[in-house]
Design a protein around this ligand. Structure first.
Ligand code: GAF
Length: 361
């Protein structure tokens, strides 16, 4: 059975499709996929969570051919075939503890669990090189079949994470490095608050942000925003595009600083950088929302060292770095703030830095 984790991004948001830096970690919440080979070319996908089974054949799967949640699963079969694999007809049985629509990468967890399950069926060893092939197949499934033009962060961490570490990903050259997280020893925990406001990356907001970044890159005449400096930004005439670019440039710098802070066990500094990232996403990139801002502000008032939205935004989850003895108080303060604001109840989860996708019994 294939198993792949969801993720939170500690810092480095909306930088992946700008050849930038990200620092996500895999969660203990994961999706499993049992793949059974068929003798014909039929494909079926069933989920314990979603009552919408999909059936078809390998030939029915491709860009523009499948809609809904199953497109993320069967899109991987298409992408693996595109990369030259002889994928047989399969029955896929999906089960998951990754909350859907919470910005915790349930889609990538599904794709990566399908990918490792199929790799196992075909007797491929999960070598580091094969894992990178699977990252690319899952990314193609999501953008070309499911129609969500995402940047690769989620699939990369789901397939390449290490337990106890965040994964520094440099999207300029695709390189990755483990960044061990020692906050347990300092008595800290990373809390996740799912606002239960659903977001969908196939909606226009994400694609519009990408388009703004591309326009700013073109205005600067650079290969990507990774090459841009703050001083360059005056040359981006459109204020909205300038704000998007400012977020990306400052966010890359914050990721570099965060890696240093983690290495120096400077958790106060890490918290400050996380909060600055949220402000930049809220004001310059405009992907936060009232509920995410409320979680962040409330968590900070209740004693968090830092807090920010995580993932694509427009709803989903926020994270907060908190002293363990303040964790309950922070969670209760958020609950009360939501009641006071007349909003629905949030879900509280824990971010335990976990291992990557693999095969389980
Ligand atoms: C979503 C996307 F899927 C990622 O590729 C990334 O762009 C993220 O939003 C924002 O950092 O999770």
């Amino acid at each position: 059975m294939g198993r792949a984790p969801g993720r939170v991004n500690l810092i480095g948001e909306h930088t992946d499709y700008n050849a930038g830096l990200c620092l996500p970690l895999a969660l203990s919440y994961a999706t499993t996929v049992r793949a059974t080979v068929r003798v014909d070319r039929a494909v079926s996908v069933r989920s314990a969570q979603v009552d919408e089974p999909w059936t078809g054949t390998l030939d029915d799967v491709g860009p523009g051919q499948v809609e809904g949640w199953a497109s993320y699963a069967v899109g991987v079969l298409w992408a693996l075939r595109e990369s030259g694999w002889e994928v047989p007809g399969v029955d896929l049985e999906v089960d998951s503890t990754v909350p859907m629509g919470a910005g915790l990468s349930s889609s990538a967890a599904l794709e990566c669990a399908v990918a490792v399950a199929v790799a196992d069926l075909l007797d491929h060893d999960l070598t580091p090189e094969l894992r990178r092939t699977l990252v690319e197949a899952c990314r193609r499934a999501e953008s070309e079949v499911a129609g969500a033009p995402t940047g690769g962060l989620d699939q990369t961490v789901s397939l390449l994470a290490s337990p106890g570490s965040a994964l520094l990903i440099d999207f300029r050259d695709g390189s990755t490095r483990d960044v061990p997280l020692g906050w347990d020893d300092a008595g800290l925990r990373l809390l996740v608050v799912d606002t239960r406001v659903s977001h969908a990356l196939v909606d226009g907001g994400y694609a519009a942000r990408r388009a703004d970044c591309e326009a700013a890159t073109a205005a600067l005449g650079l290969p990507s925003l990774r090459e841009a400096t703050l001083a360059d930004l005056d040359r981006v005439e459109h204020p909205r595009e300038r704000g998007r670019a400012r977020h990306v440039v400052t966010e890359n710098a914050r990721v570099e600083e965060a890696v240093v802070a983690i290495g120096e066990l400077d958790w106060t500094r890490l918290g400050t950088l996380m909060t600055a990232s949220h402000v930049s996403l809220r004001d310059d990139f405009e992907v936060s929302c009232h509920e995410l801002d409320l979680v962040v502000d409330t968590a900070l008032q209740a004693g968090a060292l830092g807090a920010r939205m995580t993932g694509g935004g427009f709803g989903g989850s926020a994270i907060a770095l908190v002293p363990a003895e303040r964790a309950d108080a922070v969670a209760r303060a958020v609950d009360l703030a939501f009641v006071a604001a007349g909003l629905g109840a949030v879900h509280h989860l824990d971010a335990v830095p976990s291992g990557p996708a693999g095969i389980v019994a």
